[in-house]
Design a protein around this ligand. Structure first.
Ligand SMILES: NC(=O)c1ccc[n+]([C@@H]2O[C@H](COP(=O)([O-])OP(=O)(O)OC[C@H]3O[C@@H](n4cnc5c(N)ncnc54)[C@H](OP(=O)(O)O)[C@@H]3O)[C@@H](O)[C@H]2O)c1
Length: 285
């Protein structure tokens, strides 16, 4: 029965890991709602999902994650249409070559990879509470290990390096995962993070310029496919064995350790309070 199907909401499902995650979860019987910014790509992804799983429920909502206003509108659209949510996958992410400030006034990578997903999660949290067992999955990266936590530099105020800023945002994804898992302990919702592997996706395409270009071209030969890159997200979304597991970081479908600064509760609190102040989300948590 359609209403017994589990529903997944996923950002960034038009490319790479996100697209494969959506394809594989549809094949497992999940209904899919994609939050994506490009209608043409959304239609293309929807067609791919339906080709591999005819009859799947696939919908999309258009949102540019660099705009809090658009995220609020997209979440409202979702909340008005769907009675509950089983799995939220905060998947979209990017590394950008140059420092760019969004219309909301934040560094592009920080807003897209962290602040926007922080806001989206809060906006759909009530729908996750209505699931029998809700799951939140945040795409992080082993890159978090190179991330530096400097509250005076969240928006690259002290200078910009695409890699350093990206690694910092992936550290944020873990601080957010650990904070939220803690706050939601004892509820029906689990919160975990993922490293998908080093994946031959479209990721970093904008940054592959100059001296990085030949290095990336060689590195791509050793990267895993998008299909394999989706495996840990699919496992976390669907495997019954982990319904009580929360506040963990998964790599190759196994919980694994993260760098010490992600567990620093002082760091977690600073990032949490900053994110609450700037997005208006989680004011009551
Ligand atoms: N690839 C890797 O090796 C690797 C390793 C570790 C972690 N990760 C993480 O895995 C996640 C997925 O990465 P990927 O490799 O699949 O990257 P990808 O192929 O570049 O796909 C990124 C997705 O994010 C979407 N996106 C970017 N900015 C957006 C915005 N402002 N609004 C809405 N959507 C936006 C893109 O939409 P468009 O199609 O419209 O551009 C695309 O669907 C990311 O969080 C990344 O940090 C990747």
């Amino acid at each position: 029965m359609a209403d017994e199907k589990k529903l997944v909401l996923i950002t960034g499902a038009t490319e790479g890991v996100g697209k494969q995650t959506a394809i594989q979860l549809a094949a497992k019987g999940f209904s899919i709602v994609m939050m994506v910014r490009n209608k043409t790509k959304a239609e293309r992804t929807k067609a791919e999902i339906l080709k591999s799983t005819p009859g799947a429920m696939v919908d999309y909502i258009i949102v540019d994650l660099t705009s809090f206003k658009q995220i609020r509108a997209a979440a409202k659209q979702f909340n008005d249409k769907y009675p509950k949510l089983d799995v939220l996958i905060n998947n979209a992410g990017l590394m950008y070559p140059d420092k760019k400030i969004t219309g909301d006034g934040f560094e592009l990578c920080f807003q897209t990879n962290h602040l926007s997903h922080f806001l989206l999660t809060d906006l759909v949290l009530d729908k996750l509470k209505l699931s029998k067992q809700g799951r939140i999955i945040n795409l992080s990266s082993e890159g978090h290990k190179m991330g530096k936590f400097d509250p005076g530099n969240f928006n690259a105020e002290k200078g910009y390096s695409s890699i350093a800023q990206y690694c910092f945002t992936k550290l944020c994804n873990l601080c957010f995962t650990y904070s939220l898992a803690d706050k939601l302990k004892g509820t029906n919702i689990t919160v975990n993070a993922v490293h998908p592997g080093v994946v031959r996706s479209g990721f970093g395409g904008d940054s592959n310029k100059g001296w990085l270009k030949p290095i990336f071209a060689v590195a791509r030969m050793f990267m895993i496919s998008n299909e394999k890159g989706a495996a840990t997200s699919v496992f976390l979304a669907s495997d019954p064995s982990i319904s009580n597991v929360t506040g963990k970081y998964f790599k190759n479908c196994k919980a694994t350790a993260t760098k010490g600064n992600t567990h620093d509760t002082g760091n977690q609190k600073i990032l949490w309070n900053y994110s609450v102040e700037k997005t208006g989300a989680f004011k009551n948590e």
